[in-house]
Design a protein around this ligand. Sequence first.
Ligand code: NAD
Ligand code: TDX
Length: 338
Amino acid sequence: MTIVVTGGAGFIGANFIYYMRSAHPDYRIVCIDKLTYAGNLSTLAPIMDDPDFRFIKADICDRDAIETVFQEEKPDILVNFAAESHVDRSIADPQVFLQTNVLGTQVLMDACRKYGIKRYHQVSTDEVYGDLPLDRPDLFFTEETPIHASSPYSASKAAADLLVIAYHRTYGLPVSISRCSNNYGPYQFPEKLIPLMIANALSDKQLPVYGQGINVRDWLYVEDHCKAIDLILHNGSAGSIYNIGGHNEMRNIDIVKLICHALNKPESLICYVKDRKGHDLRYAIDPAKIHEELGWLPDTKFADGIQKTIAWYLENREWWEEIVSGEYQKYYEKMYGA
Ligand code: NAD
Ligand code: TDX
């Protein structure tokens, strides 16, 4: 079995590669990644010399490069993690989000059609459903919730989902889609809430909370997301969409305070900054379908996962210190000011 993983030098893709290496040691894994600002080869260093692993630096929008991979590797499965993934960057500059997230998805599926594939899996997001009100804790996103994206990022992911469903219906491509809630864990780029707050707190820098910090996100440990995708690839039906989430809703401010306490840092580091434009209020996944059809349940409770994550960032300072000292510094200053 040969599996192509796009975006495998990023946060979830890399965790997925390590998960699959241990769950299916006999699989060949081929990673395609453009190595944008979010891709980091040092993340994949431990697997680079594995004879059943191959890394290819390529853009998923590059049709010739993608076709060459299909000719050489004849993959059975393709899992598409490659994307521009940060909402704030999409608000500042949407173009590359449409390019990679929509057109890149089309290029990958065209290659799957041309060369054949047993399964094309699209890693999507709960953000395609838009948001839920803060005062209706009884409401959750199901797979039937209409698409209602808020940001250029989520609109690009929603557009890609529609294209994936269309390729199934029109061409019979054996696709599946997963829509997961917010992930956290090792190797997450420090522009995202949890690693940003850990890195800033460790450097005694201010902790910028958007608006009042009352927006709610539904957090899932990254390994539980990887396990769900593995189940969908092997047991999920073609043409299906699966929501993934572990019923772990938390307000941003409570996460930030928890990180302060865990690191013995004062809450006075917290500062409230201008809200994100169009900021989604609440995400909450109903994971009943994947639980009932595929028996998936998360293994890691948030209390344990966040401690493991904080410990990882403490033990792997060189991984994120190199990132925050480079090009990222310019983004940080533009985004948050001096
Ligand atoms: P990430 O930004 O950490 O990694 C994205 C990876 O894709 C990087 O390695 C980058 O180099 C690569 N990439 C970007 N453009 C590319 C291109 N044109 N060609 C080839 N490679 C390219 O993202 P992540 O957080 O790991 O998210 C992975 C996927 O999961 C995305 O599709 C995202 O929409 C989805 N998702 C993320 C979350 C979350 O909480 N992070 C939740 C649900 C879904
Ligand atoms: O500095 C910050 N301060 C702050 O208050 C940052 C970076 C974020 N926030 C808030 C905004 C959100 O309400 O924290 C919450 C989480 O923000 P992000 O980490 O940027 O994640 P989010 O916008 O929820 O999107 C994430 O989950 C869904 C991923 O980045 C997406 O790729 C995924 O699809």
